[in-house]
Design a binder for this molecule. Structure first.
Ligand code: G3P
Length: 317
């Protein structure tokens, strides 16, 4: 539908498929992309040569999403950045929604995933193939955070996504929108006081070396997904379509299994590396829930089936 450049390139007898992502090596998004590539290449007996470009090698997220829509890249991995194309996608990362990882896993394998996606392919030219959990976001800050009041007034990096900007506002912070790849230099230069990220990012970028205080707020579960160009996908022969769909499902299941272990290992690594981990008090947690739910207004204003989506999550508790 969008773009004429959807035909992939051919190398000898192989069809080259490019996948772009933003996260470094070893992170769940990159691991997921590589597993997907491996499964497609194995199941197709090498008909497809799936090439993975993590760590913003093909540009920062907004740029490679645009290229995937045009079909210059066939697949990309990203998160709620796609809410700029279709507001419901932000609901993948609704703050303070899930009780735990298992709850989210069931919702992403069920109705919630389907309801969020309703109408997305037609609007965006992309199809969301799966859901990789990257982990729950925690605050990393130079200053020690003991209560919700300590978060107020901080210059915190936020992804350039309205949901995140609104959440920072609800917390009384000065949200500084920037792409993920710019975070390390912003921390080095001191233009931000901290931010929030899942453990996988906090350890990969060793954020705890600069912002020593990690507050286990767990306020948002980050969900990244593989998005495939519709024209490319719809033109695949039926048996190859199934190979791509199955590979997306299997790679996601592998990443859900990894997610729980990553949390345990990260705590050890951060502590050894001189980071200080603190657990919010019940009052602090309650204030986070209030701030998180304060962002839900954004959904009711922009997503026609927002209530249905939020209600659907309850059945998976
Ligand atoms: O899903 C969007 C989310 O990944 C943005 O966060 O920190 O990866 O840019 P970040």
């Amino acid at each position: 539908m969008l773009g004429a450049t959807v035909a992939p390139s051919f190398a000898a007898d192989k069809i080259i498929v490019k996948i772009a992502g933003m996260k470094p090596e070893g992170e769940p998004e990159t691991v997921g992309m590589k597993l997907f590539a491996k499964y497609v290449m194995e199941a197709s007996n090498g008909k497809y040569d799936v090439r993975v470009f993590p760590n913003s090698q093909l540009g920062k997220e907004d740029a490679y999403i645009a290229q995937t829509r045009k079909g210059i890249i066939q697949i990309c991995a990203t998160g709620t950045q796609t809410s700029s194309l279709f507001p419901a996608m932000a609901m993948l990362e609704t703050p303070m929604l899930y009780d735990n990882l298992e709850h989210a896993h069931r919702a992403m394998n069920g109705e919630t995933f389907k309801l969020i996606n309703k109408g997305f392919p037609e609007k965006s030219g992309l199809t969301m193939m799966n859901a990789f959990p990257l982990g729950f976001r925690h605050f990393y800050t130079k200053k020690e955070i003991k209560s919700i009041d300590d978060l107020k007034g901080l210059r915190m990096r936020v992804p350039n996504i309205p949901l995140y900007v609104e959440f920072a506002k609800q917390l009384g912070q000065s949200g500084q929108p920037m792409p993920f790849a710019e975070v390390p230099s912003a921390l080095d230069q001191g233009t931000i006081d901290g931010g929030d990220s899942p453990f996988s990012d906090i350890t990969a970028l060793k954020m705890y070396e600069i912002t020593k205080n990690i507050t286990l707020s767990g306020h948002i579960l980050v969900i990244h997904s593989l998005y495939i160009n519709n024209d490319f996908f719809n033109n695949l022969p039926a048996e190859d379509k199934k190979i791509f769909t199955d590979a997306a499902k299997h790679s996601a299941e592998d990443v859900w299994k990894m997610a729980a272990e990553t949390e345990k290992k990260a705590v050890e690594e951060i502590t050894k590396g001189g980071g200080k981990i603190s657990t919010p008090s019940p009052e602090f947690k309650a204030a986070l829930v209030k701030a998180g739910q304060g962002t839900w207004k954004l959904f009711y204003d922009t997503v026609p089936n927002a209530k249905e989506i939020l209600d659907s999550v309850k059945q998976y508790q």
